[in-house]
Design a protein around this ligand. Structure first.
Ligand SMILES: [Zn+2]
Length: 408
């Protein structure tokens, strides 16, 4: 099997390099936004969209022209890659089977990143020495930026495929994606387990194990609200406003980091202990987007749902599913997905489905045969049974690269 991994390392940049990177990322964003604007106007005029090849030709014209000549001062490959990403995003948005969200314009300071797609251009020096022969931090060569030091927090295993440079919380990172062929792994365990992703618990397993919710968001929420009120009192775009805005961004990033760490811990434990994991195929985006209601039921349960939304987002279900998917694959296990219909209402003893079987959040009580159980464990057992009997999907991991470890 081919093992593909991306590991993120923190960069130690000189002021000049930071300036160059900042500009290069800005150029990649500019290319994305400008190309998207063109594609949108083509669509509005009913002309379909331009192909990647056509867009790449536009890029060449921009780089050689006067108006956008500044683009040619930054590396070209990340700009072409931005067009490739856009091309893929547009194709995904028009996918007939499962269309994804239409791509949006990128804002400065949000997800600042670009990819060097060509491994030929990347060099990594793991054991550099200074003039006196002492070993110093390893370094990576990025085209048009130069040799950049980085903190090697874990090993780089395999052949480098590409490098994504990004800025987050005031630091720069390089995610190095590698690939290597390894013998097909055999999972040490033989057990299968079902998982119910809930609101009271992050995840409840069919064997009774419970993982507590990630409360990072709520713990820091009060602080966030306070800082946001502070922001409202400041003059927009003033120096103090910008400072406050940066503070809020850092707070958001901290919450995201905490959540990610917890999800990594949970997914690592589960994928080590069980060869097969069954989860419901919940469309998290659909669930979180439904509070506004539909035409038939305008805004029903808006308040409850917005509370639910928060905990779903808080707990990063989509991220958990993804992590479990690739970690299981790496260890020779498998993640199965099942239809989520009625898994919380079925009685595993007599098979009767009744909404009344779940009198409260925590309790399952069958109205027909009297069977009682913890509601989440019961649901997890139903999910496991359904997965073993009739899984309708093996979670796809095509092209997926998990960030397995990040510095600090
Ligand atoms: Zn029953």
């Amino acid at each position: 099997m081919i093992l593909r991994k991306a590991v993120r390392y923190r960069l130690e940049l000189l002021a000049e390099q930071e300036h160059l990177l900042s500009r290069a990322v800005g150029c990649a964003r500019f290319v994305w936004n400008r190309a998207l604007a063109i594609q949108k106007s083509y669509l509005e005029h009913g002309c379909g969209i331009l192909s990647y090849v056509d867009m790449a030709k536009c890029l060449t014209t921009w780089r050689n022209g006067e108006s956008f000549g500044f683009l040619s001062e930054s590396p070209v490959h990340p700009q072409q890659q931005a067009l490739k990403f856009l091309d893929r995003a547009l194709n995904d948005a028009f996918d007939k089977k499962s269309p994804k969200r239409f791509p949006a314009f990128k804002k400065k300071g949000l997800h600042d990143s670009m990819r060097y797609p060509d491994p030929e251009q990347i060099k990594i020096d793991l054991k550099p020495q200074d003039d006196n022969g002492r070993s110093v931090l390893p370094r990576i060569f990025l085209p048009r930026i130069g040799w950049v030091k980085f903190r090697k927090s874990c090993i780089i295993g395999g052949e480098v495929r590409n490098v994504t440079v990004s800025r987050s919380g005031g630091h720069w990172y390089a995610a190095i994606q590698t690939e290597k062929e390894i013998p097909d792994p055999v999972h040490p365990s033989t057990t299968a387990v079902g998982g119910d992703r809930g609101v009271a618990n992050l995840l409840t397993l069919s064997d009774g194990t419970m993982f507590l919710p990630v409360t990072a968001y709520r713990d820091l929420q009060k602080r966030l609200a306070r800082e946001q009120r502070n922001l409202a009192h400041k003059v927009k775009f003033s120096a103090n406003w910008k400072k406050q805005k940066a503070k809020i961004t850092r707070l958001h990033q901290r919450i995201a980091e905490i959540r990610k760490t917890v999800l990594h811990q949970v997914s690592t434990v589960i994928s080590k202990n069980h060869a097969v994991v069954v989860l419901e195929d919940l469309k998290v985006r659909n669930m979180t987007g439904s509070a506004k209601g539909t035409v038939e039921e305008p805004g029903r349960n808006v308040r409850q749902k917005s509370g639910l939304n928060k905990s779903i987002l808080d707990q990063g279900w989509g991220m958990l599913k993804q992590m479990l998917s690739y970690k299981l694959r790496w260890s020779g296990g498998m993640l199965l997905l099942v239809d989520p219909a009625y898994t919380s209402q079925i009685c595993p003893v007599c098979g009767v489905v009744d909404a009344g079987n779940r009198p409260s959040q925590a309790v399952f009580h069958c109205l027909h045969c009297g069977h009682e159980a913890h509601a989440d464990v019961n649901a997890a057992q139903n999910i496991l049974a359904r997965g073993l009997a009739n899984p309708y999907g093996v979670a796809s991991t095509a092209g997926l690269a998990g960030v397995v470890c990040s510095p600090e």
